[in-house]
Design a protein. Sequence first.
Length: 199
Amino acid sequence: MIVLGIYGSPRKGGNSDQLLDRALKGVAASGAEVKKIYARHIKISGCLECGGCDQTGICVQKDDMSQIYPLLEESNVIILATPIFFYSPPAQIKAIIDRAQACWAKRFLTKPPEARKRHDSGIGYLIAIGATKGKKLFDCTKLVAKYFFDALDMAYGGDLLIRGVEKKSDILKRSDALDAAYELGKKAARAEQVGSTLL
């Protein structure tokens, strides 16, 4: 079992980083192999919407994303952690998500329509954290994550959503959120559905 943690924040060691660190400790404690991607370290362009992947399922751009595609394909589980910027994921992780268009094209090319109704490559989870307490704070990011995982042929396993945390390391004052992240990691290592937890 390979569990890939995707760190979506541009801020090193911030709140979403620390939540994902805690989740991956739960994964490791359960015996699964952990791999990591830091979006802030990836040098890629956004999707060009050129249609280059439509016939092959392979992106025509040559950049750091070529190192990311194999990790996305080999992972049985993905945990995506991101802060909320203007009610959506920040640009660094959104660029990676948009480049998953090639994965969607490959899925479309290799699976007949009936088979596309199921997800055969694993399961994905979302950890998201935002400063405000708006009612719809996580709506956009949840949809983005669901369709990202769908492009990767993965089911949506659930999420951990935390409001009202802004300053770096404030999450360390929230033992409830840290404990929930650890438990999510343990369940992710078993590819269990976790539902939605809002704290």
